[in-house]
Design a protein around this ligand. Sequence first.
Ligand SMILES: Nc1nc2c(ncn2[C@@H]2O[C@H](COP(=O)(O)OP(=O)(O)OP(=O)(O)O)[C@@H](O)[C@H]2O)c(=O)[nH]1
Ligand SMILES: [Mg+2]
Length: 202
Amino acid sequence: MFIHWALKEIHLKIVYYGPGLCGKTANLQYIYTRIDPALKGDLITLKTREDRTIFFDFLQLEVGQIDEKKPKFNLYTVPGQINYNHTRKVVLNGVDGLVFVADSQKEMMDANLDTLLDLEKHLIADGKSLEEFPWVLQYNKRDLPNIESIQEMETKLNFFNVPSFEAVATRGTGVFPTLKEVIKQVVAKVQQQIEEGKRMRA
Ligand SMILES: Nc1nc2c(ncn2[C@@H]2O[C@H](COP(=O)(O)OP(=O)(O)OP(=O)(O)O)[C@@H](O)[C@H]2O)c(=O)[nH]1
Ligand SMILES: [Mg+2]
C-alpha cells in the first residue's frame, strides 16, 4: 500500500500468480477490454515472442473511495515459467492482495500445488502468510475436456478455505467475480489498518 496524501490516493497492489500458461494474462486482458477508459490506465505487457510473460503485465484501475481517498488498484501478473523465480519474487514486493490462478487440466495439478507452495515460501520470506492474507483462488480453463473436479481441486489447493471461482478467462467467465472478491478483501484490510492507525493516534 502507498498513500499519496497530496493527490488523496491510495495505491494498492494485486498480483495474479499461478503456473505457466494458466491464464493470468488472459484475466488482465479481459479486465482491460471491459473497464471504462476513464477508470483505467494502459495495459502494459512485457512478453516474449511466444506471448509468455517475461516480467509482468500491468493495469491500473480506479474504484470507489476509501477514507475519502481514491483507491487505485495496480494489477500485476507474474511470469509462470519455472526459470523466472527471481522475477516473481520482485513482482510480489509490496503486494496487498493475490489471485491464485490454477489450471484445471488434470495434468497441471502438480504444477498448481508446487506454484502455490512456492508463493507461500516467498510470502513467508517477506513476513506474510497465505493463512492471513487477502487472497482468492480461481479455477481456470473450465471449458477444456480433461479437467479435475472442483471438489478435488478444493481439497488439493484450498487448504485455507478462501473464496474460489470457476473461470474461463479467455471468454471472461468468472473474471470479474474473482477480481471483485479480492478487491473487497483488500479494501476491508486497508480500512482495518486505517482504523487501527486512527485509534493509535487518538
Ligand atoms: N481453453 C482455454 N484457454 C485458455 C484459458 N485461459 C487462458 N487460455 C489460453 O492459455 C494460454 C496461456 O494463457 P496466458 O493468459 O498467456 O497464460 P499466463 O498464465 O499469462 O502464462 P505465462 O505468462 O507464460 O505464465 C493462451 O493460449 C490462452 O489463450 C481458458 O480459460 N480456457
Ligand atoms: Mg502471462
